[in-house]
Design a protein. Structure first.
Lengths: 252, 204, 223
C-alpha cells in the first residue's frame, strides 16, 4: 500500500483517480435529478417546491460532515504535523462554507412560501447560520497567517475548539429558541418518509458527498502545489542572495 | 551533567534547517556556533531551549538525577530582550528570578540588585526599561543569567549592541560560568573570546 | 512554584496598571457602546427596559473581546513568552494566571459599571442584581474562550478584529444563557436558576479546558 500521506504520492494518486470520481459524481447527480423530477411525488401541501428539500437536506448533512473531515485533518496536523493534513484542512473550509451557504439559501427559499418572510430564527436554521460564521472565521484565519505551517496549526486548534463547542452551541440555540418562540415546524413531508422520497434523498446525499470528495481532492492538490511554489520562491530569494554558496548547494 | 545532541533535524516552514547534527558538551565546555544568515544558528539555540520541535534525533541532559528537558536547566537569551518596558530593571529581574528559580539548588544566584551592579547598571536599577538605551536593555537581559542559577547558557548573538567594556564584562562572566562547570552554546557573527571553545559552523 | 505564580500575577497587575489606559479604555468603550443603543432604538423606556440586559451583555461581550489582543501580544513580541517557557511553571498555569489578571483588570470593572448603566436603561433593583451576577459568572468564560482566539492569532500584529470574528460564534452559548439569567422574567427565581447554573457550568468548563488550548496555540505560535 503506497504511502498516500506523502504529498508527491498523493498528487499522482489524485491524477489517476480524479477523472473516475468526477465521472461518478456527475452520473450520480444525473440519476438524482431524474429521480427528483420524475419519480419523487410532490408534497400535498407545498407542491413541487418541496423538492428544494433534496438540495437542502444533503447540504445540511454535508456542512456537518465537512466539519468532521476538517476536524480529523486538524488532528492530523497537530499530532503528526503532516503537510497533507494541513492542506486537507485548508481545502475543506471554503467547501464547508459553500455547502452551508447552500443549506441556508435553500432553506430560505423553501421556507419563504410557508413563512411569508425570507428568514425565521428557528433553532435549526440558526444553528446552521452559526456554523456558517465559524467556517468564515476559519477562512479569515487561514488568510491572515502567511506561513502555511503556522496557519495550519492555529486553524487546527480553532477547528477543534469549534468542534467541541458545536454541540454546546446547538444546545444553547435550541434552548434560546424555545424560550422566545414556539418551535416552528419544518416538516420534511409527512409523518413518515415514503420510499419514493427516501431514494432520491439518499442518492442526492451520496452525490453531494462525492461532489465534496471530488472538489476536496482538487483543492488539496492545488494547496500542495501552492505550498511548493511558495517554497521555491523563498529558495530562489535565498540563492540569489548568496552567489558564493550556489556552487556548494547540495542537490535536494 | 552533559548535554547530548544526537542526529537532530529541525524543520522550519517545511525546510530542513538543521540535519544530522550531533555533539556532546561536558561541564566547562563552550560551543561557538557560526555561519551566515539563515544557516540555522538561532534555530539551533531555540531547539535546545525547547521552543522548536525536533523532526528527528534527540536532545538530552545526561547525568542528572532524573531525566530533564534541556529547557529546564538552560538560560535562553535570544535576539529579543524579554524585558517589559513599563517595569523597572529591578522589577524585570526580580520577576525572572522568581520565574526561573530552579529547584536544582541555586548555586550562585545573585539578587537582582547585585546582578545589575555586576553589569554596571546599579544606577539605572529603578528606572523603567523604556528609558534605557538598546545597549543597556541588552545588559539587563544578560543580567538574567545571574539571577537564576542554571548550568546551560544558550546565547544568541550576545555581544550585539554592547560596547567594548560591556563585552569584556560579559566575556568574564562567561568564563566564570565555565569555570564553575557550566556549559555555554553561543551563536555569533563575530568572534567570541573563549579559549579552547569548540566551534560549529553551520552552512545552508 | 507558588513563588513563581505569585510573581507572575503581580507582574501582570503591575503591567496592566502602568500600561496607560488599556483597561480603562475598555470601560469607556463599554459605556459608549451601551449609550449608542438608545440612539438606535429610540428612548422608549419600556423597550429599553425589555432589551436592557441584552444591551449590557452585548456591550460587555464586545468590550472584553476587543481588549484581548493585549493578553499575549506584548509578551510574544518582546521575547518574554520564550523565556517563560523555560521556567518552572507549566505554560497552562501561566496562561491561567494571565487570564485571571486580565479578567480582574478588564472584565471585573465592567461587571460593576454595567449595573450602573442599567439604571439608565430602566432596570429595576432585582434586574440589576441578576445582571451583575450573570456578568460576574459569565465574563470568565468570555475571557478564557477569547484567550484561545488571542493565542491562535498571537503572531499577527493587528489581530483584534480577527480575534472577535473567531471567538464570537463560540461565545454565543455564554451570551444566550447570560442574557437569559440577566433578564429572565421579573424576579422569577426558577427562571434565573437554570440559565445561571448553566452559565456557571460553561465558565467552569472553560476554566478546565481553555488553558490547554491556549497553551498549545502559544507554543505553536512561537515556532
Amino acid at each position: 500500500m503506497p504511502n498516500i500521506a506523502n504529498p508527491t504520492i498523493f498528487l499522482s494518486l489524485v491524477r489517476r483517480v480524479l477523472p473516475w470520481v468526477t465521472a461518478l459524481t456527475v452520473a450520480l447527480l444525473l440519476v438524482g435529478v431524474y429521480l427528483i423530477f420524475f419519480i419523487a411525488p410532490p408534497d400535498y401541501q407545498q407542491g413541487e417546491s418541496v423538492k428544494i428539500m433534496y438540495l437542502h437536506v444533503p447540504a445540511a448533512w454535508l456542512s456537518l460532515f465537512i466539519y468532521i473531515v476538517m476536524s480529523a485533518a486538524a488532528l492530523g496536523t497537530l499530532v503528526w504535523r503532516h503537510p497533507l493534513a494541513d492542506a486537507a484542512q485548508k481545502a475543506a473550509a471554503p467547501l464547508g462554507a459553500a455547502f452551508t451557504f447552500v443549506c441556508l439559501a435553500t432553506g430560505s427559499l423553501w421556507g419563504k412560501p410557508m413563512w411569508g418572510t425570507w428568514w425565521v430564527w428557528d433553532a435549526r436554521l440558526t444553528s446552521v447560520l452559526v456554523l456558517f460564521l465559524i467556517y468564515l472565521a476559519l477562512i479569515a484565519l487561514w488568510e491572515a497567517i502567511e506561513e502555511p505551517g503556522r496557519a495550519a496549526r492555529a486553524a487546527a486548534i480553532m477547528t477543534l475548539v469549534g468542534a467541541v463547542n458545536l454541540p454546546i452551541i446547538k444546545f444553547s440555540v435550541d434552548w434560546w429558541n424555545t424560550l422566545h418562540q414556539p418551535a416552528s415546524v419544518f416538516r420534511v413531508g409527512g409523518p413518515a418518509i415514503a420510499a419514493s422520497m427516501l431514494l432520491p434523498l439518499l442518492v442526492m446525499a451520496l452525490a453531494a458527498t462525492l461532489l465534496f470528495l471530488t472538489l476536496h481532492m482538487m483543492a488539496i492538490r492545488n494547496e500542495i502545489l501552492r505550498r511548493r511554489l511558495r517554497r521555491l520562491t523563498i529558495l530562489a530569494a535565498e540563492q540569489s542572495d548568496a552567489p558564493a554558496y550556489a556552487a556548494a548547494e547540495p542537490a535536494r | 551533567m552533559r548535554l547530548e545532541v544526537s542526529d537532530v533535524r529541525v524543520e522550519r516552514g517545511g525546510r530542513r534547517v538543521l540535519d544530522g547534527l550531533s555533539f556532546v558538551l561536558a561541564p566547562g565546555n563552550a560551543l561557538i556556533v557560526t555561519g551566515p544568515n539563515g544557516a540555522g544558528k538561532s534555530t539551533l539555540l531555540r531547539a535546545l531551549a525547547g521552543l522548536l520541535p525536533l523532526a528527528a534525533g534527540r536532545i538530552a541532559i545526561v547525568g542528572a538525577d532524573h531525566a530533564l528537558p534541556c529547557r529546564e536547566v538552560a538560560h535562553y537569551v535570544g535576539h529579543a530582550d524579554a524585558n517589559k518596558a513599563s517595569l523597572t530593571a529591578n522589577e524585570n529581574l526580580a520577576f525572572w528570578a522568581a520565574s526561573l528559580a530552579s529547584q536544582q539548588g541555586g548555586r550562585s544566584a545573585l539578587q537582582p540588585a547585585e546582578a545589575l551592579a555586576s553589569s554596571g547598571l546599579q544606577r539605572l536599577a529603578d528606572l523603567p526599561v523604556s528609558v534605557l538605551s538598546a545597549g543597556q536593555r541588552r545588559r539587563v537581559a544578560l543580567a538574567r543569567l545571574l539571577v537564576a542559577s542554571r548550568p546551560i547558557w544558550l546565547l544568541d548573538e550576545p555581544m550585539t549592541a554592547l560596547d567594548a567594556a560591556s563585552q569584556t564584562r560579559l566575556g568574564d562572566q562567561m568564563r566564570r560560568h565555565l569555570d564553575q562547570g557550566g556549559i555555554i552554546v553561543a551563536a555569533t557573527h563575530g568572534t567570541l573570546d573563549l579559549s579552547d571553545a569548540r566551534h560549529l559552523e553551520l552552512r545552508h | 512554584m507558588g513563588g513563581a505564580l505569585a510573581a507572575q500575577f503581580r507582574r501582570e497587575l503591575k503591567i496592566a496598571r502602568r500600561s496607560g489606559g488599556g483597561a480603562s479604555t475598555g470601560a469607556v468603550f463599554f459605556l459608549v457602546l451601551a449609550a449608542i443603543f438608545p440612539f438606535a432604538v429610540g428612548p422608549d423606556l419600556n423597550l429599553l427596559a425589555r432589551i436592557g440586559p441584552a444591551i449590557l451583555w452585548i456591550a460587555v461581550l464586545l468590550s472584553t473581546l476587543l481588549g484581548l489582543d493585549r493578553l499575549f501580544q506584548a509578551d510574544y513580541e518582546d521575547g518574554s513568552l520564550d523565556v517563560m517557557l523555560t521556567g518552572e511553571m507549566p505554560l497552562e498555569l501561566i496562561v491561567l494566571v494571565k487570564c485571571a489578571a486580565h479578567w480582574l483588570t478588564t472584565a471585573l470593572p465592567l461587571v460593576f459599571v454595567a449595573p450602573l448603566f442599567g439604571l439608565a436603561l430602566a432596570q429595576d433593583g432585582a434586574a440589576l442584581v441578576r445582571v451583575t451576577l450573570s456578568l460576574l459568572v459569565g465574563t470568565p468564560a468570555l475571557t478564557l474562550i477569547g484567550a484561545i482566539g488571542a493565542a491562535a492569532t498571537v503572531s499577527l500584529r493587528r489581530g483584534g478584529l480577527l480575534i472577535a470574528v473567531l471567538v464570537l460564534p463560540l461565545t454565543i452559548p455564554v451570551l444566550i444563557f447570560g442574557v437569559s439569567a440577566a433578564g429572565a422574567g421579573l424576579a422569577d427565581p426558577v427562571r434565573f436558576a437554570a440559565p445561571f447554573a448553566i452559565l456557571c457550568a460553561l465558565s467552569l468548563a472553560a476554566l478546565a479546558g481553555a488553558p490547554f488550548a491556549v497553551a498549545a496555540a502559544l507554543r505553536y505560535g512561537g515556532e
